[in-house]
Design a protein around this ligand. Sequence first.
Ligand code: ADP
Ligand code: MG
Length: 309
Amino acid sequence: MSDAAISIRDLQKTYKGGKRALDGVTLDVPRGQIFGLLGPNGAGKSTLINILAGLVNKSVGEVSIWGFDIDKHPRNAKASIGIVPQEILFDPFFTPIETLELQAGLYGVPKAARRSMELLKAVHLEDKANAYSRTLSGGMKRRLLVAKAMVHAPPILVLDEPTAGVDIELRQQLWDYVRTLHAQGVTVVLTTHYLEEAEELCDRIAIINHGRLIANEPTRALVGMAQEKVVEVTVDKDVAEAPDAPCFDKIELKGERTLAITYRKDRVNAGEVLAALQQRGLGIVDVSTKEADLEDVFLNLTRAANANA
Ligand code: ADP
Ligand code: MG
């Protein structure tokens, strides 16, 4: 059996009506990591997570959670994972503390082992313990769902678009909590549209597009896959028109003496770019470069995948 936290083999999902949301995804989530699942809207992220949660039935393929096959050992698989779905759904008439107690009951957590108040504290909702859920803000509800997913202390926590509708300060608190869980050894899987966030948080990132896996790399390797690089150069005289050179992919006049030059770092290096400017009579006063972020990688990869489709 695989020692991955989550192991997915040739996973396919075709919804009634014929929409193929997952088209043969094979993927391992290593234990102990924060794993990011990225992809544009409609890529199939929630479908994959809802299959893990037992909310959607797969069409083809094999999935095991913490070594438990979801078809052969559904109870053990379910006990090993806590899931915060994208859609916020719970009873508006229960208070947060009641919501957690109820969930603990559903998972058979004995009264003595329950940590409801501790969990509310961890997600900064202790002062809302006795408020009706319907009076909570969107961000508070999402954090309550995170606490709810952790009542049975699963080794894996999955968050589907956890920052949707959460303001920046609360988002930071949520990530602090995710990091705390990670430090305690919990494996975390999250989907997000905020690529900088994935870059900051995740050890490894997979990208899906049209139900297919198009990348699955350690975060640093993925960032390195972005080939476009921009160098901003301040020159020693006013420039009326941006000069051209074969090694520039694109050049933009940012100010009278500032040029932004895009080049492909797999073809040329910054030295050649600067030399080309000097050959055109421009002295270099200052240079700054911008590292490619995941947004660039993501766009390049999805573009390439669409072109190959
Ligand atoms: P993501 O979470 O990446 O935005 P989803 O998994 O929600 O993507 O959706 C993947 C595709 O499956 C989309 O085209 C979506 O419209 C479709 N889809 C999702 N849920 C259903 C459903 N219950 N019935 C039919 N099609 C669905
Ligand atoms: Mg989704």
